[in-house]
Design a binder for this molecule. Structure first.
Ligand code: ADP
Ligand code: MG
Length: 358
């Protein structure tokens, strides 16, 4: 069941020469109960899309459906949608409990109902002890919890979160990531989460939409997006990537046989519904290839070995001049060690190569 369907939505700001298409015909369905993430660099249109869903602004074209109904006629406060902003936007002169109850007061709910709901929310975000503090007198992480509780209190069907963790330092951010996952799970509310941080998107989401320049390039599970990027931008934006030129030899059942510049032939997966011919680029993640002393599908010379604790990155200059990175686990007894200047081969794993659309 879909909570939100965005259909052919465009959003243009300005007129004439100064016109900017902040969203350039975006279509996406977000399922009920899903932790859905919009991931992309600054300026790609993430906030604009959230603002259209919340009703703070209107699409230039297209429509947004909530549980199958067009929400265009509904003003923001009538939409069963709430937003958590990066800045929290709490009222500093009010207590934690007053902040959480604010939305319910505005809706004119009876006192007893507000008090019960606030108590429930305080418990949910583990802030019972600080209920009577002013929000100017609590830490950043605690303010974040209050902002979440306030947004959840009116029981929205969909919660929009616009880079809510980006103001927190690393350790607190990691803690709040786990906290957010727990809240989503416990409340069963559909979360639409915005971030420009690829690691955050991979670790938190049920599904991710990767955006660039007002467009959604790919939607999929973290694993799909990481292992099977369909376009160069997606592959490059998420994680480290090796690109190799290849010639398509044959195609069958979603896979292609390709020949690399080294003359080696490997099998590669194809993006859904994509049938390339002639030349193509394949992408291979560093941990899906293995460096070996002899043999391999391609070969080159070790240029650098970088130790990262849990793993080691081996940077190899291929015989055709390109660079290739292999990542090896550093578990005890695992892996071979390599030295700068050493000649090595690279074995490309069976399911490692993916063909890109562009
Ligand atoms: P993101 O949240 O991904 O960083 P935004 O949605 O804020 O991106 O912005 C997308 C594009 O639309 C940017 O080029 C931005 O400058 C432009 N934009 C956003 N809001 C406005 C506005 N109110 N007026 C004019 N341009 C805007
Ligand atoms: Mg933004």
């Amino acid at each position: 069941k879909n909570a939100i369907e965005v259909r052919g939505v465009r959003k243009v700001f300005g007129t004439g020469e100064a016109q900017v298409a902040a969203l350039d015909t975006v279509s996406v369905s977000i399922r009920e109960n899903e932790f859905f993430t919009l991931l992309g660099p600054s300026g790609c249109g993430k906030t604009t899309l959230l603002r259209l869903i919340a009703g703070f602004d209107f699409p230039s074209d297209g429509e947004i459906m909530l549980y199958g109904e067009d929400i265009a006629p509904l003003p923001p406060f009538k939409r069963p949608v709430n937003t958590v902003f990066q800045s929290y936007a709490l009222f500093p002169h009010m207590t934690v409990a007053q902040n959480i109850g604010f939305g319910l007061e505005m809706l004119g709910k009876p006192r007893a109902e507000i008090d019960a709901r606030v108590a429930e929310m305080l418990k949910l975000v583990r802030m019972e002890k600080l209920a009577k503090r002013r929000t100017s007198q609590i830490s950043g992480g605690q303010q974040q919890r209050v902002a979440l509780a306030r947004a959840l209190a009116p029981q929205p069907k969909v919660l929009l979160l616009d880079e809510p963790l980006s103001a927190l330092d690393y350790k607190l951010r990691k803690e709040m990531q786990i906290e957010l996952k727990r809240l989503q799970h416990e409340t069963g509310i559909t979360f639409i989460f915005v971030t420009h941080d690829q690691e955050e998107a991979l670790t938190m989401s049920d599904r991710i939409a990767v955006m660039s320049s007002g467009k959604i390039l790919q939607v999929g599970s973290p694993r799909d997006i990481y292992d099977r990027p369909a376009e160069r931008f997606v592959a490059d934006f998420i994680g480290e990537t090796n690109f190799l030129d290849a010639r398509i030899d044959s195609i069958e059942e979603g896979r292609a046989k390709v020949t690399l510049k080294s003359g080696a032939t490997i099998s590669a997966t194809l993006p859904d519904g994509f049938k390339p011919d002639g030349e193509a680029t394949v992408v291979i993640r560093p941990e899906h290839a293995k460096a070996v002393k002899d043999g391999g599908d391609i070969s080159g010379v070790v240029e650098n070995v970088v130790y990262f604790g849990t793993d080691t990155h081996v940077h190899i200059r291929l015989d055709d001049g390109e660079t290739f990175t292999v990542r090896q686990q550093n578990a005890r007894g695992a892996g071979t060690s390599f030295e700068r200047g050493q000649r090595v081969g690279i074995v490309i794993g069976d399911d490692a190569a993916q063909i890109l659309k562009d």
